[in-house]
Write a protein that binds this ligand. Structure first.
Ligand SMILES: [Zn+2]
Ligand SMILES: [Zn+2]
Length: 307
């Protein structure tokens, strides 16, 4: 239930990677793809990604008491992060103003995806049916967006086809979210398809160090880190060219940046709840020794950061 309160609140509406997989074996962590809802005392919903979890968020917003203005910011436009956009109820309600924010001039901008997803080949509802006032904004890698009295600070995330990570700040509270993001360690992802070759060029490695630093500058000191942890260490060794981080990467990033709570995001599409429990457990236990709260992102979980 979406309510306003003197807290920075966040809810996991979906954290599955690549493909919705809502079956019995994924019921606890959830099968909906990426959608994070952030709610500030201003009452302006800030939504990250339009994976299939966005549908539920749209239903909850029927009862929204705050301003009828909301923002959807896209990490990137891979299928699992945009697929619920035409099923987002506020788009069909003329009382809402919906702002869509995505990376400028990279591959398919969200404007094209938004308009294109209404083609009659895909859905019977015509674009003209939308009643909300929709505005599309383009972001650069290191932009800042002011939303009410909150600030969203962007950074480049390392993922094929480019992506963004986001730090949300409200008063003294903050969180960082990056759903599809390898560390800037083994290769620099741009818009080409990568083969399995680690980067060796000194100039590119230097650029990667700078980009990693800029991301860590935004992660440092947040209250809550929600970060790509799609892979185990072994899977990462085999699949690093797909641009996802491992659980070790997310854990170490939190430790390096003085974060007290890390949430592993983007559960591999075929991973069962029991498997998520098993591979997360060593990090949960290590975190207990080292003062870091660790958990797998679980659909329906709320985080409340009191101001
Ligand atoms: Zn994804
Ligand atoms: Zn992706």
């Amino acid at each position: 239930m979406v309510v306003t309160s003197p807290s920075l609140r966040a809810c996991v509406y979906g954290a599955r990677g690549s493909l919705p997989n809502p079956v019995a074996s994924t019921a606890r962590y959830g099968g909906a793809t990426t959608c994070l809802g952030v709610f500030t005392p201003d009452g302006i919903p800030i939504v990250f990604d339009a994976g299939s979890g966005l549908f539920d968020l749209g239903l909850e917003l029927r009862h929204h008491k705050g301003p009828r203005e909301l923002h959807v910011l896209f990490t990137h436009t891979h299928w699992d992060h945009v697929l619920a956009l035409p099923f987002f109820e506020p788009l069909y309600d003329p009382s809402w103003t919906v702002h869509l924010h995505s990376l400028r001039g990279r591959l398919d901008p969200v404007r094209d995806i938004f308009v294109g997803s209404y083609g009659k080949r895909y859905i019977p509802v015509p674009l003209e049916q939308i009643g909300a006032k929709v505005t599309v904004h383009e972001l650069d890698f290191f932009d800042e967006v002011r939303i009410g009295s909150s600030t969203v600070r962007c950074c480049r995330a390392n993922h094929p086809g480019y992506a963004l990570g986001f730090r949300v700040e409200h008063g003294d509270r903050s969180l960082f979210f990056a759903s599809d993001a390898a560390l800037f360690e083994d290769m620099l992802f741009e818009d080409r398809y990568h083969t399995r070759q680690r980067e060796t060029c000194p100039e590119v490695l230097e650029e990667m160090r700078g980009l990693q630093q800029r991301m860590e500058d935004l992660v440092r000191g947040v209250d809550l880190l929600l970060f790509d942890a799609n892979y185990t260490d072994d899977e990462y060794e085999a699949l690093f060219h797909y641009g996802h981080a491992s659980m070790s990467h997310a854990y170490d990033l939190a430790r390096r940046c003085g974060v007290p709570h890390v949430v592993f995001w983007h559960h591999d599409r075929g991973r069962t709840d029991d498997e998520v429990d098993a591979i997360t457990k060593p990090y949960v236990e290590r975190g207990q020794q080292e003062g870091l709260v660790v958990e797998g992102a679980r659909q329906g979980t709320w985080y409340e950061l009191k101001l």
